[in-house]
Structures are given as C-alpha cells and as structure tokens.
Design a protein around this ligand. Structure first.
Ligand code: WT7
Length: 651
C-alpha cells in the first residue's frame, strides 16, 4: 500500500470546498449533473454519443468488443485524425482562426491558422511519403517544442504512419533504445534546441542514436542554424526545409484509417529497466481526447488554451495537439523554460496571447510559489478563466496559491489524474459541476468507472484507502505494449481479473472523493516525470566502478520526489565528491538530465531481506532523515546490520 502517510495525514484535515460559481455553471459545456448517471448506466452509449463529435468517413458498427484485457472500440468505423484536427476546420468558419500560436524561447513567434497549418501538414505528409514513409511505418520524432513538432505528428497521422515521440531531454542512448524497439525507419530531429539560452545538441545525439538501427533517413529541422555546427551525412540526412521545398503543395489525401489502427507509440517507464511502448489507437483515443477538452476543460471557440507540457510527454500529445485541435481550439505552444529570460515568462505569455485556460504541473506551481507572487502580479492575468494541474499529487498549499495568485479566486481548478496509458484525464472535476477540494482530483469523469479497492478487488468504504483501479474498458485505453503483449497483460491486468491497475494508491473520502497518494510500484515521479528505479539502477551499474546500486524516490519540496541512489563501489575504488559528480553525469548521459540523482550515498553493502530483496522502505527512511541523522555515508556495515534487524519484521 502507499507509503506516503504524511500526505494522507495532511489531506484528511482538508475541509475546504470550492463549488463552481453560478455564472461558470450556467455557461459550462457540461452543466447537467445527470451526465454522470447516464454515462454510468450506459458507458458504451455515452462514448458512442461523444464519438459523434468526430467526423467519420465510415460510421462504426460496433461500439465495444471486450475480451479482457483486449478492447476494440468503434469497429468498422473509418476516420483520419488529421482530417479531424485540421482539415475539417479549414472548410468552415474556423478556416482563418488561429490553431497554434507559437512562442520561441528567444522571443520569436509564429501563428498558424487552421488553413496555414493544413497546408504545412499536407506538404510535410508529401515530404515524408517521398522519403519512403507509408501507412503503418514507425517514425521517431526527437524535436524541441517548435511548430515542426505538431506538424510532424499530424503529417504522420495523415499518412497513417505511427509516430513515436521521444522527449528532447532524453539521451542518445535512450533515443536509440526507443528507435530500435519501435523499428522506426525514419527520424525527425533538429540541429539543436534552445534551453535557457544554451543549446541542446539534438542532431549530435541523433547521430549517435541511429548507428546500426533500422533508421535509414534523418530529417533535420534547422532551428538554430550555424551555431549548432551539425554535420549532415550524405545519403542519410536531409534538411526539413529543403525536402519541404521539393514536396508538392497539393492537398494530401487523408488515409482512411480503421478506428483500431495505431495512431502512436509513446514510451514510458515501468518497474523493469526497459521502457514500455504504450500503444494508442485512432478512434478511441481521439474520442476521449476530444471529449476531455470539452468537458474537463470546458473549451469554447473563443478560448486560448496554454498547456505548458512538452509534446514529448502524453500531456502534450493530448492537450496541445489532438484534444484541442480536434475541438477547433486555439493553443499556445511555448518552446522554452519558465525562467527565461525572467521568472515571469509564463505570465508574460498569458498576457500577450490572452490565455484563458492554463494547464501546468504542481512542481511548476511550487517553483512559482518559491519565486514569489510578485512575478504573476506584474502581469494582467484577467483573461484566465480556468486552471488545470497534472502529473503528480498537488499539495493543498500549492493548490491554494494557484487559486489565489493565478486564478485570483475566480477560476475553477481542475486537478486531472491520468497516465500515458489512459490517453486522457480519467479522474477530474467537471468545472461547471464539481465542487473541488484542494489536493483531490475529485471523481471519475463521465464514462470512466474508476474506484479504490482493497487487496481482493472489493470497493473500499468511504474513509478508506487502497488501490486505484478502472473497472471497465474505455476508448482511449492503451491497447497493448508494443511488441510485448504479455507484459501488458501482467502489468495492468495481472492483479485483478479484467480490471485495470494503474499502479497508484488512493484514498476515498467520506464524500467519495478520490485522493491520489502516489505510485505503489518502483516508479518515481520527479517533477511530474515518470522514472523507473530500475532504469536508474541499470545506468549506475553500467559504470565500471559500480558494483551495486539501489535507487529510491524521497520526498522533495519542489520536485515532489527526488532520486536518491545508494551505491556500492567495486573493491579498491575510492569514493568521494568527484565520483559522486561522475556518477550523476553518467546517469544523465544514459537516460537524460531528468533522471540525474539528487544525491548519491555510498554504502559498503545494501540492506536486503534474507530473500535478497532490497529494503527500499529502509532506504527511503534513511534518505528522508528518519534514521541516521547524517546521510552522507553508510560505510559501516554494522550500522546497516542493526537497521536491517530493526526493519526485518515490518518489510
Ligand atoms: C502517473 C502517470 C498524465 C500526464 C502526466 C503524467 C501521476 C498524474 C496526477 C494527479 C496525482 C498524478 C500518477 C500516474 N499523476 N496526474 N493529478 N494527481 N498523481 O503521465 O508519465 O504516464 O505518469 O503520474 O502517479 O500514475 P505519466
């Protein structure tokens, strides 16, 4: 069960309640409470109704076929995601409406209307096709947050090719692993990316990554130019702008995809060292993404939606690209860091573009709190009407700060619980209907049968905790893990028969509200980034001086969790500050900077149970200072021995 007792203790004292204002309720897209009951009584009917918000070339015949753990939604239906996200809007009054308002980190900006976006996407689809990309092929995308990123996604979807976006913060090794797993024939990258005025060498990473892989072609967007100093490999590398110039400007016919054809893969961390390629399909994913922006985000035609996530994560897929664009919305996309050039960059963007809906992560909110309210205060934020959070549990203090200093007491906050695997928000308030409580994601959205259950899969009574589950299948659920259906079955359907297990612990309060407590598996959530302890451990033991490593997540004021690594070095190796620095760097190079351990503690041995299991709870207590005041070294084996004795019974 979840170990975050302190969070639970805090939350149980939380009694504040924020009902929607009458004016918000009145105008909300979802303002009739009966939707919950209707969807619960007939989820298939509900989702089939929501699917009518999409344009289908051929209507579906069968809403759901469910052979646990395999679901098929909207069988017989044919559609194209890009047609839904772009082309259909070009034919009506949204033709010249802004689809994407992009802000570059150095201050450059570009605006794409739906019509302009459509032309770029069509040209990119022609380009990819001429480079050999066909329906069903995998394309890896390793780009900074520039317009070519959503354009690439939409171009793949128009062809019916499967995209696999790898976050630009991942190392060349991580990129390579994902290219090989997906068997991707083409990679789209950039010469470099901007981050706080410095360069991220994406092309150099890509060069290392693609050697001896199935990737034969690398398309390179020139984001930075000469300064990036890239070398192009003849016969393999092509510049985006050159290939685009050669591509025809004619419309690209949208591939008529089956509802169950794969739209994308997105890799995420699990309990083993190997990342999982989460498989999402066309009709179901788009239906829930689209429903979610209309319901949870109450999206209207005049809204300006700013989701601060990177498209390298699922949040960006669903709430920068597919959800909002399928609904014909205007999104703001920002390339860089929130503190560049100043700590008011987000607030400057909100003011400049008239952002009405802001969606960000608790870790960012806590950072803004630390920086101080003077930064948002210096800007006119009156365009905001709705706020959202995602990625990790939000502490009530951060919720209240967001409510007061960003929302000025006026904007509902939607705390949205979901995962890469679920495709879109599963537990979240509907802002016109749900009274919110600071720190609770409230209740499942209509059509989602989520609950908190005990060890036997029985629903817990209000006031109790247990495993978060989703009982019934839903349209945007992952279909499998790419190339490993057995792992899919075991990971998500191995514990309870036919019931989805997300891997989070949760508490259900007296009103039936859900309070997410955090992961119950060996997954760490650092600033909303999901990192497997095994991945970091494998990276550490791949260093020639390391004998053994154990990695845990300890609580951290800003990041939510931080990585602490306990390391045993090989015989005769001297430990010290320089080795600490070297190992941290080694992990960053193996996985990416987000996986760099906060601290490394050398120990003569790792505390293990008799059966050889690492005693993670003991390590967490040590890292959080509950035992051994000074955590700098654990070298004395007798210390570990006595600690083990103390913990043996409870482990
Ligand atoms: C894990 C999923 C889904 C977008 C970003 C993360 C944690 C996510 C919340 C929330 C408490 C949350 C869970 C979940 N999480 N949102 N609102 N409250 N915890 O996607 O990388 O697949 O991670 O993030 O632990 O399982 P992801």
């Amino acid at each position: 069960m979840p170990n975050d007792d302190s969070r639970l203790a805090n939350l149980l004292h939380e009694t504040r309640l924020f009902p929607p204002s009458e004016s918000f309720r009145k105008d909300a897209n979802f303002n009739d409470d009966s939707v919950y009951d209707r969807a619960q009584q007939d989820p298939e009917g509900f989702w089939s109704e929501q699917a009518q918000h999409l344009s289908w070339f051929t209507p579906f015949e069968n809403v759901l076929s469910w052979e646990p753990p395999h679901a098929k939604w909207f069988e017989g239906g044919k559609l194209n995601v890009t047609y839904n996200c772009v082309d259909r809007h070009r034919q009506g009054p949204r033709k010249n409406k802004a689809a994407i308002m992009w802000e570059g980190e150095p201050g450059d900006s570009r605006v794409f209307t739906y019509d302009m976006l459509g032309r770029e996407v069509d040209r990119a689809a022609h380009m990819l096709q001429s480079l050999g990309v066909q329906r069903g092929d995998r394309v890896t995308i390793y780009l900074p947050m520039i317009p070519e990123l959503p354009i690439s996604l939409l171009a793949c979807a128009k062809i019916g090719a499967i995209h696999s976006v790898v976050f630009g913060g991942f190392s060349s090794k991580a990129l390579r692993e994902r290219i090989i797993d997906a068997d991707a024939k083409l990679l789209i990258t950039a010469d470099a990316g901007w981050r706080r005025g410095a360069l991220i060498p994406l092309k150099a990473n890509a060069d290392e990554a693609v050697v001896d892989t199935p990737t034969e072609t690398v398309v390179v967007v020139q984001r930075v130019g000469e300064k990036a100093g890239v070398t192009m490999q003849a016969g393999r590398d092509v510049y985006w702008h050159e290939a685009m110039a050669k591509a025809p400007s004619a419309p690209f016919p949208a591939a008529e995809m089956d509802a169950e054809d794969i739209l994308f893969l997105l890799y995420t961390s699990g309990t083993t060292g190997k990342p999982k390629g989460i498989v999402h399909t066309t009709g179901g994913y788009l239906t829930v993404a689209n429903t979610s922006v209309r319901s949870v985000f109450d999206m209207k035609d005049d809204d300006v939606f700013f989701c601060t996530a990177d498209i390298g994560w699922v949040t960006g897929h669903t709430y920068i690209v597919y959800g909002p664009l399928s609904a014909g919305a205007t999104v703001v996309m920002y390339e860089g860091s929130p503190d560049f050039p100043g700590r008011d960059r987000f607030w400057d963007i909100v003011e400049k573009y008239g952002v009405s809906i802001l969606y960000t992560a608790p870790t960012s909110i806590r950072t803004f709190m630390k920086w101080g309210a003077q930064y948002p205060k210096a800007h006119n934020l009156s365009s905001l009407r709705l706020l959202g959070t995602v990625g990790e549990p939000i502490n009530p203090e951060a919720w209240m700060w967001y409510h007061e200093h960003i929302g000025h007491g006026r904007c509902p906050i939607v705390d949205t619980w979901w995962q890469t695997e679920t495709g879109a928000a599963m537990i979240a308030p509907l802002p016109g209907l749900t009274a919110t409580k600071p720190g609770s994601a409230t209740r499942p959205v209509p059509g989602i049968d989520a609950d908190v259950v005990d060890e036997n899969g029985q629903s817990v009574a209000p006031g109790n905790g247990g495993y978060l589950v989703i009982r019934k299948p839903w349209p945007s659920m992952l279909r499998t893990i790419w190339g490993d259906d057995e792992r899919f079955r075991k990971t998500y359907y191995g514990k309870f028969d036919g019931i989805y297990l997300p891997g989070d612990g949760a508490h259900k309060d007296a009103d039936g509200y859900v309070w997410i407590l955090g992961r119950i598996d060996d997954v760490i959530n650092v600033s909303g980034h999901r990192i497997g302890t095994m991945e970091v451990e494998s990276a550490l033991v791949s260093h020639h001086m390391v004998a053994e490593a154990a990695v845990i997540g300890r609580s951290h004021d800003i990041k939510g969790q931080a990585i602490t690594a306990f390391v045993t070095v090989k015989e005769g190796i001297a430990t010290g500050e320089s080795l600490v620095a070297e190992l941290k760097q080694h992990v960053a190079e193996s996985i990416g900077a987000m996986a760099r351990p906060e601290e490394i503690i050398f120990t003569a041995e790792l505390p293990k149970t008799r059966s050889g299991k690492i005693m993670r709870r003991l390590l967490r207590d040590i890292a959080e200072g509950r035992v051994l005041g000074d955590t700098t070294t654990l070298a004395d084996p007798s210390v570990v021995e006595s600690l083990k004795a103390q913990y043996r019974e409870s482990e």
